[in-house]
Design a binder for this molecule. Structure first.
Ligand SMILES: Cc1cc2nc3c(=O)[nH]c(=O)nc-3n(C[C@H](O)[C@H](O)[C@H](O)COP(=O)(O)O)c2cc1C
Length: 184
């Protein structure tokens, strides 16, 4: 079967190269609304979204994350820390997704919101990527204060968003199909 929703789900790939141009305000609000429409356990909606469009702040978070990464035990993480790559791939918009600490389903609910936003981005022609490496920044309690999160919220992930470039090298889309069993 094929429809617009399925097309967006199938075509979505992590974008790791962006135009400098900022995304439109209507696009941003559309993406945020898609996040807010996600399902959540008991409809608690335990998420909070921090939109960062200040290039200096985005670069600062990337640099700080990498400073922490180079102290890691894992060689792969150290190498990313040492590389010149910006962990947000120079995307002009980064949305930090935080969850209520007291809600046990927070991380799962926030992840549902992130996936909704990624699919929304694809559906309106924007590129995006889920960023887990920002967790290294989140270990820096004093720096995290700069995100101005409401009390009781903990940052989990970031989503980098922007216009795709024409020469985007899209990630491997290979999918393992051997992941299903049926009882019927
Ligand atoms: C929890 C999570 C964390 C991720 N963190 C990163 C990241 O820090 N940097 C990155 O480039 N991609 C990150 N990704 C994207 C995955 O690498 C990507 O989804 C996967 O390779 C499949 O490729 P696709 O998204 O193009 O289908 C993350 C994805 C998830 C679900």
């Amino acid at each position: 079967m094929e429809n617009e929703v399925l097309k967006a789900i199938r075509n979505r790939r992590s974008t790791r190269k962006y135009k400098d141009e900022q995304i439109g305000e209507e696009e941003l609000q559309t993406i945020l609304d898609a996040g807010i429409q996600a399902p959540s356990a008991n409809n608690l909606q335990p998420w909070h979204f921090t939109v960062i469009q200040d290039k200096e702040m985005i670069n600062f978070i990337s640099d700080k994350s990498k400073e922490v990464m180079i102290q890691n035990d894992n060689e792969r993480i150290v190498n990313i820390g040492k590389s010149s790559t910006n962990i947000f791939y120079n995307a002009p918009t980064v949305i930090m997704v935080s969850g209520e600490e007291e809600v046990s389903s927070s991380l799962v609910d926030c992840s549902a919101a992130i996936e909704n936003m990624l699919i929304a981005c694809e559906s309106i022609g924007l590129g995006a990527v889920w960023i887990g490496l920002v967790r290294f920044f989140f270990t820096l309690n004093d720096e995290v204060k700069k995100l101005e999160l409401p009390n009781g919220y903990k940052p989990f992930y970031a989503v980098a968003i922007g216009y795709k470039t024409n020469d985007n090298i899209l990630g491997i889309s290979k999918r393992n199909r051997d992941v299903i069993n049926y009882i019927r």
